[in-house]
Design a protein around this ligand. Structure first.
Ligand SMILES: O=C(O)CCC(=O)C(=O)O
Ligand SMILES: [Fe+2]
Length: 374
């Protein structure tokens, strides 16, 4: 029997290191926006604040305890690729603990946080947004990435209290994984997909060997928010992302490829977003949600993203039932690690680079980043 080595998530960035020095990260100390953070300057990234900001649209808010929730989820994902959910079953006390732990982490003095700095080719730890390399300007944010156990890093940050924070993170991961499984089956069920149709989801469709990444984001108060950007426009590489945001506005999603809509914070709600892999799995029926985070002058914002993906070896391809003469096969088979590797190179052009046929007729293709400037 031949054995092939399956690349690990943690190997992805070996060939794409992020070598912007992390010691430049102390944004709290800046009274003025440095040029390197000014996105409005000539030749900066294409306009992110165009006049098309929508005032009337709002991202669907779905009560998961209602009988028609599955139908509402299907509709929201088809039309938006994103919705907010309440009555999701994740204890509000856990969300509060996670928020306060995230604040504790980012409130540590800068040299202290750097004790847990991510290495340039690493995945986990404290540092700049990974996508920084794809933008000519710096983003007004700092992040902390967790894959598996955060023990090693937390011991460096809190030599006496690390186990308390490890426990909160572990409980949060468990709850998020269970909610992701629940939402994915409801979302696929709305497309006529059963658990038997998804062979890599394992017995009972419990995604036993799935992978997940937790990304804590902090957006400090910014002296000139109209010129700055917290996190540049992107889609997530996951199957599904569940995002918690504190009660400060900042997350914007791209609607129909041409206008940004603010995801208004709702106490206790979670934001559910389609990632690239669910877009591939559904043969394009659920658009991968393009989003960005803006900053403000008065309040610090934090967000906690849980990226849910399959096991390293799972082969993701458009589900057979969703490939029809009117809906031709849009994508080839990929594994998460193969896809992440491509994304580390091609970023927002990754989906269009692997696409096999033209986008669905009639549907506006927000994932074709050659046409849509995100
Ligand atoms: O802070 C936010 O609202 C967005 C975070 C995000 O998009 C990410 O971490 O991928
Ligand atoms: Fe994201």
């Amino acid at each position: 029997m031949t054995t092939t080595t399956i690349p690990k998530l943690t190997d992805i960035y070996k060939t794409h290191p992020l070598d912007i020095p992390t010691n430049k990260l102390n944004l709290d100390s800046l009274q003025q926006l440095p040029d390197t953070y000014d996105w409005i300057q000539p030749d900066a990234f294409p306009s992110f604040r165009d006049p098309n900001i929508s005032l009337s649209d709002s991202v669907p808010l779905i009560d998961l305890s209602l009988p028609n929730a599955p139908h509402l989820i299907g509709n929201a994902l088809k039309t938006w690729g994103v919705f907010q959910v309440i009555n999701h079953g994740v204890p509000i006390s856990l969300l509060n603990s996670m928020e306060s732990f995230t604040n504790t982490l980012f409130d540590l003095p800068s040299p202290h946080k750097l004790k847990a700095a991510r290495t340039p080719d690493g995945v986990t730890g404290y540092g700049l947004p990974r996508i920084s390399t794809f933008f000519p300007k710096r983003m007004w944010s700092e992040g902390f990435t967790i894959v598996g156990s955060p023990l090693e890093h937390f011991q460096k940050l809190w030599p006496n209290e690390y186990s308390k924070y490890c426990d909160i993170t572990e409980e949060y991961s468990r709850e998020m994984k269970s909610l992701c499984g629940r939402v994915i089956w409801l979302a696929l069920g709305e497309l006529g997909i059963t658990r038997e149709d998804v062979n890599w989801a394992e017995a009972n469709g419990d995604f036993k060997t799935s992978n997940a990444v937790i990304q804590l984001n902090s957006y400090p108060v910014c002296p000139d928010p109209d010129r700055a950007m917290g996190l540049g426009a992107h889609t997530d590489t996951s199957l599904l992302t569940i995002l918690y945001q504190n009660n400060t506005r900042g997350l914007q999603v791209l609607r129909e490829g041409n206008r940004w809509v603010m995801v208004e914070p709702v106490t206790g709600a979670l934001v559910v977003q389609v990632g690239d892999l669910l877009h591939i799995l559904t043969n394009g029926l659920y658009p991968s949600s393009a989003h960005q985070a803006v900053v403000n002058q008065n309040r610090k914002r934090i967000s906690i993203a849980y990226f849910f993906g399959p096991s390293e070896s799972a082969e993701i391809s458009p589900l057979n039932k969703l490939v029809t003469p009117t809906q031709p096969l849009l994508y080839p088979t990929v594994t998460w690690t193969e896809y992440l590797r491509k994304k580390a190179q091609l970023f927002n052009n990754t989906l269009s680079s692997i696409r096999l046929s033209a986008p669905l007729t009639g549907a506006l293709d927000i994932n074709d980043h050659n046409q849509v400037k995100v």
